[in-house]
Write a protein of this length. Structure first.
Length: 248
């Protein structure tokens, strides 16, 4: 089923989303550093922090929202949903296939982000030294941290026929997520809100956000464990929704 779902994306706009959003983050980070070299003078550390700032707050999560809506868009056309349900008697297989196929372009987004940062920092900004290996590691960790949002947006895109509605809800979550990671009073919510989890994961070791934490086991492990637990919970809810809610 995963292979069939992946083939549906072959000629979709999914790959354009996975390319444009990380490149936009690299471009904004490059411009910010180029215009503020007298303030941002920590080399690669300053550059990677600038790249992940807006990417972690908005671009990455919105990309997931758009990808999930695109993956489910075909199922809301004609009789595709009924045909899809007849292909398997186990809804969990369908749910896992959808989440997995969304995770593939998400991983591509991260690869483009790391590669684009390396190229821009080396050829455009001409930063000294090699790109910190920690940045590449954070890029990998962020894929796992994104699983709750992938699962949530997959559920919303399954339940809502509109392409724009789940994306709009994702944007609202991003706005709330920004508040949770920048406000002391709302900080506890950043541990359970999927968009905020993305922000926290992508900013491990970054200097762009206060109290973002270093790239250590004590900081990364709670994020990953929480992400896996939340993702499992949302997947269970999605399976129940398929079995009990009449979507057509």
């Amino acid at each position: 089923m995963f292979r069939a779902e992946l083939l549906k994306l072959k000629r979709s706009s999914t790959w354009l989303i996975a390319l444009v959003l990380p490149l936009l983050a690299v471009t904004t980070g490059t411009i910010n550093l180029a215009n503020s070299r007298d303030v941002l003078d920590a080399g690669w550390a300053s550059f990677t922090s600038q790249v992940t700032l807006f990417y972690g707050l908005l671009f990455f999560s919105m990309g997931i929202g758009l990808l999930a809506a695109t993956v489910w868009r075909m199922e809301h056309r004609g009789t595709n949903w009924n045909l899809l349900l007849t292909t398997t008697r186990q809804p969990i297989k369908l749910v896992l296939a959808k989440v997995a196929v969304i995770a593939v372009p998400v991983a591509c987004m991260q690869a483009v982000l790391v590669a684009g940062t390396l190229i821009s920092g080396t050829l455009v900004l001409r930063l000294d030294g090699a790109i910190p290996w920690q940045f590449a590691l954070v890029g990998v960790l962020a894929i796992a941290a994104a699983l709750p949002l992938i699962a949530v947006q997959s559920l919303l895109s399954m339940l809502l026929k509109s392409f724009a509605a789940p994306v709009a809800l994702c944007l609202a979550g991003c706005v709330i997520g920004v508040a949770t990671v920048t406000s002391v009073a709302l900080r506890p919510l950043s541990y359970v809100l999927p968009q905020a989890i993305n922000t926290r994961a992508l900013n491990l070791g970054s200097t762009a956000l206060a109290d973002s934490g270093g790239l250590t086991i004590s900081n990364a492990l709670p994020i990953l464990l929480t992400a896996l637990a939340l993702a499992a919970g949302v997947l269970a809810i999605t399976v129940v929704a398929i079995r009990t809610i009449k979507l057509r």
